[in-house]
Design a protein around this ligand. Structure first.
Ligand SMILES: Nc1ncnc2c1ncn2[C@@H]1O[C@H](COP(=O)(O)OP(=O)(O)O)[C@@H](O)[C@H]1O
Ligand SMILES: [Mg+2]
Length: 272
């Protein structure tokens, strides 16, 4: 990316208040930029407005104040270029895994228009994604026939099927055991190195943030805003062994101190 390139996601001085003037102020003076192809992680105390931020970026909700700009355009409706996955996989129980993964194609243009004529290619693509995340052979199963981790993998495929330029992940692995979670980190890393989407990941797992992200943003307690950021200096592909190195653990520890301070309503002054 050239130094001149405009950020892919620009959030400028955003405030979000729920429920009218007397309502909950979830975000205030939230400002952040994400470069095209960058992977950022957002961490912060629970209830600080992380999910709210995700809703504003994807256009599910309008900001009360400030600007949300994606790919150079003010966001004023749900974004078709975004793929989303959340903490609880929301697969439709009456559709097979394959048909769940293909769902966005029935909604998002230009795929919607092309789906009937090019169905075979789209099915191939869904199968390819499923095999990347270890679900080859499960295409015809129904969600209830899969474990929670497998359903989460399928919802990741669904988030990726329409080649989203922007991947929004809100604690997507939060409900999983640690081994499954680590498997999915590796798979997500592979997918991202192949497809190179811009990614915003919300997580409360600091190790996950450091493992996956190019940059970690730390939010204050509510009303949330970005109070600090750390660039993750480790090369790719990263391995689980990397998570045990002193440099990795030091960075996790430093983030932990920022969050602890944020929970107390303090900020650690930036050393840099
Ligand atoms: N739909 C809503 N209506 C009213 N208040 C909400 C709504 N969604 C979230 N909030 C409030 O906004 C604040 C931030 O919530 P949220 O963005 O979900 O935080 P996080 O994801 O960081 O835990 C919380 O106080 C929450 O109760
Ligand atoms: Mg949340």
């Amino acid at each position: 990316m050239s130094a001149m390139a405009r950020p892919f996601v620009e959030i400028q001085d955003v405030a979000m208040r729920y429920g009218g003037v007397e309502g909950t102020l979830a975000l205030r003076n939230a400002t952040l930029n994400v470069a095209k192809g960058e992977f950022i992680a957002v961490v912060g105390p629970s209830g600080c407005g992380k999910s709210t931020l995700m809703r504003l970026v994807t256009g599910l909700w309008p900001a009360t104040e400030g600007n949300v700009i994606v790919a150079g355009h003010e966001v004023d409706r749900p974004l078709a270029i975004a793929g989303m996955a959340f903490q609880n996989p929301t697969l439709l129980p009456w559709r097979t895994i394959l048909d769940n993964v293909m769902l966005p194609l029935e909604v998002v243009e230009p795929h919607r228009r092309k789906l009937r004529a090019e169905r075979a290619q789209y099915v191939d693509k869904a199968r390819r994604l499923l095999s990347i995340v270890g679900l080859g052979g499960f295409e015809k199963k129904y969600p209830y026939q899969l474990s929670g981790g497998m359903q989460q993998r399928a919802s990741l495929c669904r988030a990726l099927i329409h080649d989203p330029q922007l991947l929004m992940l809100d604690e997507p692995f939060g409900a999983l055991d640690v081994f499954t979670r680590e498997d999915l980190w590796l798979e997500l890393q592979t997918v991202c190195q192949t497809l190179k989407p811009t990614v915003i990941l919300v997580t409360h797992d600091l190790k996950e943030a450091v493992f996956l992200a190019d940059r970690v943003l730390i939010m204050s307690a509510r009303p949330g805003r970005i109070i600090a950021e750390r660039t993750v200096p480790f090369g790719r592909p990263r391995t689980l062994d990397d998570t045990y190195t002193p440099a990795f653990q030091e960075l996790v520890h430093e983030l932990r101190e920022h969050i602890a301070a944020a929970r107390r309503g303090e900020e650690i002054p930036d050393a840099a």
